[in-house]
Design a protein around this ligand. Sequence first.
Ligand SMILES: *Cc1c(COP(=O)(O)O)cnc(C)c1O
Length: 409
Amino acid sequence: MTTTGIDGSAMFRERTDQVLGGLSSTGQLKHLQTIEGPMGPRITIRDRGEVDCFCSNNYLGLANHPEVVEAGIEGLRKYGAGTASVRFICGTFQPHEHLENVIAEMLGVEASYTFVSCWTASEALFPTLCDPGDMIISDALNHACIIDAMRLATVIKKGVHKAVYQHSDMDDLRRVLSEARANADVTGVLWVVTDGVFSMEGDLGRLPEIRALCDEFGAMLVVDDSHGTGVMGETGRGTHEHWGMKGAEIDLFTGTLGKALGGGAGGYIAGSRAAIDLIIQRGRPTLFSNALPVTVACSAARAIELLMSEPERVARLRANVKAARDGIREVGFEVLESPTAICPIIVGETATAISMSNRLLDMGVFAIGFGYPVVPEGEARIRVQISAAHEPEHIERLIGALRTLKSES
Ligand SMILES: *Cc1c(COP(=O)(O)O)cnc(C)c1O
């Protein structure tokens, strides 16, 4: 017995038993599939064998592209495993600089800076660039990394405010902006932040309207285009290109290298030279955390170069997305109309989504069911994600499996 009468390890044991037991008994326990081989339209899952993959963010099929792989290997040979340092001490290799130039060029902005993930990039952005008196204004469905970065900003800098507007509701955004400007405590910069492509709905941030409101209220616009970069717009530059906007019309971008742009890992902030300089000088993740691994920097730079030199990948993705959406509707499922590569099929309860995704996997189609807390209760869904690497046969098998699922329901 402890002197306080409280046994922390027993208490914790009880906690894990309760949470995990609860998830298990209600059919909500996630099972991590182990993949034996590279990511691609067809993958090998341990104890399952080969299946068609519809749940990766490998939108352009670059994760296992020979040039992307080779660039990583060359980087590893030339520079070794890493810098063993944070960037400002002795942790910047030439490939980091090259990658950051390539990202800035792709987006049409002055500068960029990379991190080990987009999550980290978000946690660098808001706490560093916001000051007391500022307010961060966020779409209700923004990615978890934005939500947590906003919370962090308010803790690291007391007097940073935050507010949320209803998802893609421009009247509500106007209301929040007006109230912010009428608030005597909000004397600083207003920051409006939105996902470019919303990861669970597969819909688009309404960037031109948000930009206009930002201009009207003198606010800065931050777009996390993790699911849009490489996917949206004629040349895959991202959601702003889809809307006919230039990169410079977005004050700051965040994005990931762990999706369309090679799929390794890593994230970035991109925008004005001054903003990036402030991040380099003052960002806690830049000052206290290691650089992106050089293999990833080399692979990601090559992936972006492939995107820019071979825009036909983006066109193929667009055609695949249309074929998949049409097919999903044809077999009788509802899927949101949108040009993005994310096709969510809403099914209701978390357990239903999980059992449907298990049934799909039995039929050789790998698409994950998402439930609470990733999406609200009652809105669980199967999220189907399309890649430029899918051939017609893969999409036909997806539609065939969904047809069977529909006939069984
Ligand atoms: C996937 C995603 C992230 C996370 O990116 P990582 O690089 O894996 O941390 C951040 N923001 C959005 C909008 C995303 O979709």
